[in-house]
Design a protein around this ligand. Structure first.
Ligand code: NAP
Length: 336
């Protein structure tokens, strides 16, 4: 396969390279692209030093797959030309996610939407992907009416510069030096704040609206009630979410939910009450699985149930999901 990565120098782009290497994807070419700022610099891959090119439409010829991870602007400019040049485009930005007729694929949930005819695959919002990985096995067996989600989102969700900022600020804070925000709107080290996306006239921020709309689209559940509050916490990698579910009928037992989650590919149950060990970023970081646990009934509502999840959003929430789509597409028989 000939694969191009646009945004190769970024947090998601680098993770894609790592996953391509780990999963031993057969490659005849890996073309790395980023902004003009990075052109000419090199990144290591499988023992070689690959030079970064400026991402322009002309630089995307003769590729089988183009993975876009450079934000919506570059995706809007480059997805069309890449498709026109014959590539299948897998896009980590939000540019095309809600377009009617364009599937939003999480392979474990709706992998059947990957076909030869479809040449554009947006990858969903990272927080939404982690959420649907936990909700889908439960919802298939016990229909869910309403979900209330609170998130604890890491710096890596905002890219490489935000991760650096959290590290620098932590150092500065411990050295009792002034902490000056550059990327995030507020001091980040030893603090937390409402998600740093734009707030609309309803008071919802962009991340909350994306989680709601995209989870409904991925789960093919347009009527699912989803109330979301997104918060940044000073964690470097991996997002965590607490989830309250109201089922349409009586809630399943904790064992039933445990079994459903444990049987779902890509999910691992971490639910050790004796040791107070539940999903957390230190365990989910750098891993492929979404950790799910802290299963509890709602004492005041027979239809209510609580759980907690944690997943490495650079991997399952972005890079891994993108590579899984690529693998599934590449494995399709020619006629499908
Ligand atoms: N971080 C996450 O957890 C996550 C999860 C899901 C989706 N996403 C999405 O994935 C994309 C990348 O996010 P990230 O976190 O990896 O960001 P990042 O660390 O800030 O990296 C951004 C990348 O885009 C490149 N870039 C910026 N402007 C460009 C331009 N005009 N033309 C070509 N390349 C350009 C940068 O290249 P230079 O180094 O040359 O500036 C860099 O390689 C975004 O759309 C983001 O919303 C991120």
């Amino acid at each position: 396969m000939r694969i191009g990565i646009v945004g190769a120098t970024g947090a998601v782009g680098r993770e894609i390279m790592e996953i391509l290497a780990e999963r031993q994807i057969p490659l005849t070419e890996l073309r790395l692209l980023a902004s003009a700022r990075s052109a000419g610099t090199k990144l290591p891959f499988r023992g070689q030093e690959l030079e970064i090119q400026t991402a322009r439409p002309e630089a995307l010829a003769d590729l089988d797959y183009v993975l876009l991870s450079a934000g919506s602007g570059p995706s809007l400019a480059l997805a069309g030309p890449a498709q026109a040049a014959g590539a299948v485009v897998i896009d980590n930005s939000s540019a095309f996610r809600m377009e009617p007729g364009v599937p939003l694929v999480v392979p474990e949930v709706n992998g059947h939407l990957i076909t030869r005819q479809q040449t554009l695959y947006p990858v969903g919002n990272c927080t939404a992907i982690l959420l649907v990985m936990a909700l889908t096995p439960i919802h298939r067996a016990f229909p869910i009416e309403r979900v209330i989600v609170s998130t604890y989102q890491s710096a890596s969700g905002a890219g490489a510069a935000a991760m650096e900022e959290l590290q620098e600020q932590t150092q500065a804070f411990l050295n009792q030096e002034p902490v000056v925000p550059r990327i995030m709107p507020h001091p980040y080290a030893f603090n937390l704040f409402s998600h740093n996306t734009t707030i609309d006239e309803t008071g919802w921020n962009g991340e909350e609206s994306k989680v709601r709309a995209e989870a409904r689209k991925i789960m093919e559940a347009p009527d699912l009630q989803l109330n979301v509050t997104c918060v940044r916490v000073p964690v470097l990698r991996a997002h965590t979410e607490t989830v309250h579910i109201t089922f349409r009928d009586q809630a399943p037992t904790e064992d039933q939910v445990r079994e459903l989650c444990a049987a779902f590919p890509g999910v691992r149950v971490v639910d050790d009450r004796a040791n107070n060990h539940f999903p957390m970023p230190v365990d989910s970081s750098h891993g492929d699985e979404v950790l799910v646990g802290r299963f509890r009934r709602d004492p005041d509502d027979v239809r209510g149930f609580n759980l907690m999840l944690s997943g490495d959003q650079l991997r399952k929430g972005a890079a891994l999901n993108a590579v899984q789509i690529l693998e599934a597409h590449a494995a399709l028989p020619p006629s499908e």
